[in-house]
Ligand binder design. Structure first.
Ligand code: HEC
Ligand code: HEC
Ligand code: HEC
Ligand code: HEC
Length: 228
């Protein structure tokens, strides 16, 4: 009897639809979204980041539909401290990795300035959907760059996770090099570099807020990498 119950429960779980729930999340800027910050015109969810045709090439997200602010990050825009292994010894390596990560994509909205800049290929139905309503009346609503400090006071990214871990095996859990992840958190490029999306899921998969890849209850996200 117990076995039947377990099978029924497992069956019910398998029948649950996929978890990705960008619709009505804070990343759903479509006019019918329940998010506060959204467009007045333009009732498509994906169009604010992706286009089916004519997407920007050489960008690290597929079919990218946004203009990336020019210039990129400089060494002084990045987090640094005496206890970092990678940033101190390899500032240029880390800088290149950050400029080639998803950080510029996130910053195309999260710098607090560029949200309303044009889409590469606006929706056919609505034309350019960015009509000035996008702030939703919220000020500083997503300004990661509030005092123009770049990423200097944010968790470091751009490091080769495996290189850091090998230098400090007591401090970090080992990378799964076959899957290029650590405890299921994704690392990027063939060498396993940390990006924003190592911690965040921009599509809100699983519903761990704010857009996290896993729960951070008890700081579980942090201890997936850090042995603390
Ligand atoms: C706020 C910006 C944003 C929106 C809106 C968005 N995406 Fe994405 N998408 C990204 C970023 C950034 C990446 C690259 C990072 C990653 O792989 O998760 C990505 C990657 C992807 C990928 C390839 C990797 C994967 O997860 O499979 C697919 C497919 C995708 N998006 C589909 C969609 C669809 C379909 C929608 C609309 C229902 C959508 N996205 C809406 C930002 C967005
Ligand atoms: C198309 C513009 C856009 C892009 C691109 C974008 N975001 Fe956002 N993001 C937003 C908006 C709008 C909000 C909601 C701000 C608010 O309501 O306070 C938001 C909110 C968030 C939040 C906070 C959610 C919460 O519950 O408070 C996180 C975390 C986040 N974004 C991460 C990312 C990451 C990581 C990337 C890149 C992989 C990214 N975003 C790319 C527009 C964007
Ligand atoms: C090491 C993991 C990690 C990395 C890497 C990371 N974040 Fe976060 N981020 C978090 C966590 C955890 C929170 C929630 C903080 C809280 O609730 O106190 C958060 C919160 C946010 C928020 C909500 C506003 C805020 O300041 O709390 C935004 C926006 C955001 N992240 C964007 C980004 C972007 C863009 C990047 C890459 C440049 C990035 N994050 C890299 C873990 C990370
Ligand atoms: C995907 C793996 C990963 C996750 C998740 C992660 N970290 Fe880290 N963190 C690192 C790596 C790698 C470094 C060290 C980079 C170096 O030494 O060059 C680091 C560095 C740090 C540092 C030291 C910065 C310094 O100046 O030396 C602190 C503090 C820290 N992380 C806190 C956190 C917290 C808090 C969380 C959870 C919100 C978290 N980390 C989540 C990988 C991670």
């Amino acid at each position: 009897m117990k076995k039947v119950m377990i099978l029924l429960v497992v069956g019910a779980m398998l029948a649950t639809p996929a978890f990705a729930v960008i619709r009505n999340s804070k990343h759903d800027l479509s006019s019918s979204s329940t998010a506060i910050v959204k467009a007045g015109l333009g009732d498509e969810t994906c169009v604010f980041c992706h286009t089916p045709h004519g997407g920007a090439t050489g960008i690290l997200a597929p079919l990218w539909n946004r203009t990336i602010p020019g210039g990129g990050f400089a060494v002084g825009d990045l987090y640094n401290s005496a206890t970092l292994d990678q940033t101190n010894s390899n500032p240029t390596t880390v800088l290149n990795a950050v400029n080639n990560s998803d950080a510029p994509l996130c910053y195309s909205c999260h710098d607090g300035r560029s949200l309303e800049s044009g889409l590469t290929n606006p929706s056919n139905a609505d034309g350019q959907p960015l009509d000035g309503n996008l702030s939703g009346g919220v000020t500083g609503f997503m300004d990661l760059d509030a005092s123009n400090e770049g990423l200097t006071n944010d968790h470091p990214i751009g490091m080769d996770y495996g290189a850091v871990q090998v230098a400090d095996t007591a401090g970090f859990n080992a990378e799964d090099t076959a899957n290029v992840d650590v405890g299921g958190l994704p690392l990027y490029t063939s060498t396993g570099v940390m990006w924003c999306s190592s911690c965040h899921d921009v599509h809100d998969q699983g519903g761990f807020q704010p857009f996290l890849n896993m729960t951070n209850v008890g700081s579980a996200l942090c201890t997936t990498c850090h042995i603390k």
